[in-house]
Design a protein around this ligand. Structure first.
Ligand SMILES: Cc1ncc(COP(=O)(O)O)c(C=O)c1O
Length: 346
């Protein structure tokens, strides 16, 4: 394999994720859908406080935080953010305080959404919780987090801030550069060929990191990003820009070009964190066919997107498709009333 990862080895990492995560076959689901062979990369099993993709991303942020001598971690995200919960866990594990800012990003939420799932876990993990009213105002949310960090500094603390908005060095994406190499090693060991990897495309750290890691290692496996946060026309340029930022961070060539960035927003409506019928069906199908638990905000939508592609004839029956399970299951409990309603209506 060629490696074009520049300064990659120079970055500090905290040991937070249990890896390699397994790749499993999903024969029942494949048979039920009458489509290609399906596999799942179990990044829901990364270990840290119920797992998920953010454990890999946090290894690089916390590596930097520790090397700077930080003693308090700050992060912003949606009320049911998995990133926030994983960061609170990482801070606890590394003996740092944690301040989390929860943004109202999802309309029509109920009381359960505000207290259950990841919110409950944040409290268990000992995080101090702040609120921010506008979940679409990324720059404003980061500015407000900066103010909280300044207050902490004035109290003699050493804060480390994980920013949400684009334009900051994409340290977290390096976690998926690592994952790309891990997947390629696993495929080589088992002699498996994969024709497409299907992944959630949200902040883009996972999608862009994976794509960058594959291309930089000489792999041309197509990566299909399923939009969970914004429409495809807005998401594609963000993924490409993130790949540019990764190459700048690593001080190496960007092997990703515009044609590598493929996104599909069929499962996105009506918006971030809002359920639709196909997502509920996809969650039920994965559970009933494979005993695989997906989440309502990310992986359920990714599975809905994958099922749509299969039904639209996007793959030959002999193709091998890898679904990246990025975790997020705690949010299931925050969506309990809506999910129960959908299950009862069946
Ligand atoms: C469970 C889960 N899957 C996927 C994603 C999307 O990953 P990214 O933000 O790296 O695009 C997130 C982001 O919060 C997540 O929590």
């Amino acid at each position: 394999m060629t490696h074009n990862l520049g300064k990659f080895e120079a970055f500090s990492r905290a040991d937070l994720a249990v890896t390699p995560t397994p790749i499993e076959a999903m024969p029942n689901l494949a048979r039920k859908l009458g489509g290609p062979n399906l596999f799942v990369k179990r990044d829901d099993l990364t270990g840290l406080a119920l797992g998920g993709n953010k454990a890999r991303q946090l290894e690089f942020y916390l590596g930097e935080a520790v090397s700077q001598g930080a003693d308090v971690l700050l992060i912003t995200g949606a009320v049911q953010s998995n990133f926030v919960r994983s960061a609170a866990a990482a801070a606890a594990k590394l003996r740092m305080d944690c301040h989390v800012q929860l943004e109202d990003r999802v309309p029509d939420t109920d009381g359960t959404h505000q207290v259950s799932g990841n919110v409950l876990l944040n409290k268990l993990l000992g995080a101090t919780i702040h609120s921010y009213p506008d979940g679409e105002d990324e720059a404003g949310a980061d500015r407000n987090l900066g103010k909280i960090a300044n207050d902490l500094k004035a109290q003699g603390k050493k804060p480390y801030v994980i920013h949400l908005s684009p334009g900051y060095p994409p340290l977290g994406a390096l976690g998926y550069v690592v994952a790309a190499r891990e997947i390629l090693d696993q495929l080589e060991t088992t002699g498996t060929t994969i024709d497409e990897i299907v992944v959630a495309s949200g902040s883009t750290a996972t999608h862009a990191g994976l794509l960058f890691g594959l291309r930089a290692t000489g792999s041309q496996i197509p990566v299909m990003g399923i939009c969970v946060r914004r429409r495809a026309d807005q998401q594609a340029p963000r993924v490409l820009a993130r790949c540019e930022e990764i190459s700048a961070l690593l001080d190496t060539e960007n092997c990703v070009s515009a044609k590598d960035v493929v996104v599909d927003d069929v499962a996105y409506p009506p918006g971030y964190g809002q359920l639709n019928k196909n997502t509920i069906e996809a969650i039920k199908l994965a559970a009933s066919q494979e005993g695989l638990i997906l989440d309502p905000v990310y992986t359920g939508k990714v599975m809905a997107g994958l099922i749509h592609r299969i039904q639209a004839g996007a793959y030959p029956k002999t193709a091998n498709i890898l679904f990246l399970h990025t975790g997020g299951q705690p949010a299931l409990f925050a969506y309990e009333p809506k999910l129960t309603e959908a299950l009862v209506a069946d």
